[in-house]
Design a protein around this ligand. Structure first.
Ligand SMILES: Cc1cc2nc3c(=O)[nH]c(=O)nc-3n(C[C@H](O)[C@H](O)[C@H](O)COP(=O)(O)OP(=O)(O)OC[C@H]3O[C@@H](n4cnc5c(N)ncnc54)[C@H](O)[C@@H]3O)c2cc1C
Length: 412
């Protein structure tokens, strides 16, 4: 499909250039719909752990023609293992054990690389009006459009605004209400960053280790084995000081990892130098409606489930595919498009937002006894007898039937 702007097509503003924002911009562009993307960061945000594509999210990536780009960055991950304080294996779960549907799926790539694949596809499809270092400071809507004032001072009127600006969405705050109305704190924090691979790291395996004190750490080698991604999960009461202060966030990690064994010391030593340090609370967003007249939310802004679900990217990608498909199908009137977006997507989101059994508690045991019990459960999970039950749990979103839309890939 070639890009074909026409006067009858709506003008759309997208707040947030993450996976959701870039994916919806791409699909709208292919439908001939003009978009402007404002991304608060000064440049594409690097980093993030490996994200996986399976079932319907893989199908969407295929329909969007993203697979050649994804293959370029795909990680060669062989599986996940749990290690003790000396780095000895406790249990190994190769990717094929759960037929590519386990914690390490058949297709894994880093979140930053997936975002780059989307940006490359956008450039190839003709590009959009992309503004880094910009965000919405005010929104007013009426029957026929949305007036937006940007932080940089300019104003512009759009037919539709899509808030794809993440868990702490400013669009949601301005149009729907304060974050506390929709957010449930899930009891902890998570951090990710890149570090030089410590000597003992096994290539191509995600390794996890639990420390006494409700903290778990992990290392995942990058495509270039010289670097790895650190992953830190901490169960804790909510602390407002951790919202924005990097020094408080890193102090918490230092305290939790002190004397923690395995690669704790290497992770702490590399942390201050990391250029992609990411830290956020684990929270879930539930909203009674994802749109208000001409403003609609997408991805974490509307239905965050937290990284604990392993479904954040899938929800953003599938949400973008459905939203763009519905907007293109009802180009002259956004209201039915936004109603259909909810109707079609809600069944998938309801399953994708659910946490794995035991939730954060099971991932972050507190005591030595709890850690040993967790290890026993992991061994059980890896046993043949448990495979049918595990496969059922891991396939929770697989039965979702993707709708067909006229707008798909550049070549169709
Ligand atoms: C740097 C980074 C690393 C991540 N790493 C992981 C990970 O390792 N594992 C995991 O499970 N999830 C991770 N996530 C979250 C994951 O990307 C999302 O859960 C999922 O992809 C849904 O994407 P989204 O587009 O809805 O939100 P996000 O990926 O959060 O993207 C939102 C985008 O909006 C931008 N933004 C925020 N506020 C504004 C504003 N007011 N105006 C304009 N732009 C704004 C942000 O800079 C960001 O680029 C990460 C997110 C980021 C931003």
């Amino acid at each position: 499909m070639s890009t074909n702007h026409s006067a009858a097509q709506p003008s759309v503003l997208i707040a947030g250039g993450g996976i959701g924002g870039n994916a919806v911009a791409l699909q709208l562009l292919r439908a001939g719909i003009r978009t402007t993307v404002v991304e608060r960061a000064a440049a594409p945000r690097p980093g993030g752990q490996a994200v996986d594509l399976r079932g319907p999210s893989r199908e969407v990536a295929e329909r969007m023609g993203l697979m050649p780009g994804i293959r370029k960055y795909q990680l060669d991950e062989r599986g996940m293992k749990f290690v003790d304080a000396e780095g000895r294996d406790i249990v190994r779960m190769p990717t094929e054990m759960f037929e590519g549907k386990g914690a390490v799926a058949e297709i894994e790539l880093s979140r930053g690389d997936l975002n780059q694949v989307l940006l490359d596809a956008l450039a190839e499809a003709g590009g959009v009006d992309y503004r880094y270092g910009e965000w919405i400071s005010e929104i007013q809507q009426d029957e026929t459009g949305v007036d937006v004032t940007f932080a940089g001072g300019s104003t512009q009127r759009f037919d539709l605004v899509i808030g794809a600006d993440g868990l702490h969405s400013g669009t949601r705050h301005m149009v729907f209400g304060p974050e506390e109305q929709f957010s449930t704190y899930l009891g902890g924090y998570m951090s990710f960053f890149t570090l030089p691979s410590p000597d003992g790291v096994e290539d191509n395996w995600l390794a996890m280790h639990s420390l006494v004190g409700a903290t778990s750490i992990g290392l995942r080698p990058d495509a270039d084995p010289a670097t790895s991604k650190a992953l830190i999960i901490m169960r804790s009461a909510a602390d407002p000081a951790l919202r924005r202060e990097i020094s408080a966030q890193q102090d918490m990690i230092r305290r939790r990892l002190a004397g923690g064994g395995w690669e704790s010391a290497a992770i702490v030593a590399a942390m201050p130098g990391a250029t992609d340090f990411y830290f956020d609370e684990l929270a879930r967003i539930d909203m009674p409606n994802w749109s208000k007249r001409r403003v609609v939310l997408l991805g974490d802004a509307a239905y965050c489930g937290s990284p604990l679900t392993g479904q954040g990217t899938a929800m953003a990608l599938i949400g973008a595919y459905v939203l763009a498909g519905e907007i293109a199908a009802h180009a002259s009137d956004p209201e039915p498009a936004l109603a259909r977006y909810e109707e079609v997507l809600r069944p998938f989101i309801a399953k994708a937002q659910s946490l794995p059994p035991g939730g954060l508690r099971a991932m972050t045991p507190k005591s030595r006894f709890g850690i040993r019990a967790g290890q026993t459960v992991s061994k059980l999970m890896a046993s043949k007898a448990m495979k049918p039950l595990m496969m059922k749990m891991l396939s929770k979103t697989e039965s979702y039937e993707l709708p067909d839309y006229a707008v798909q890939t550049v070549s169709q």
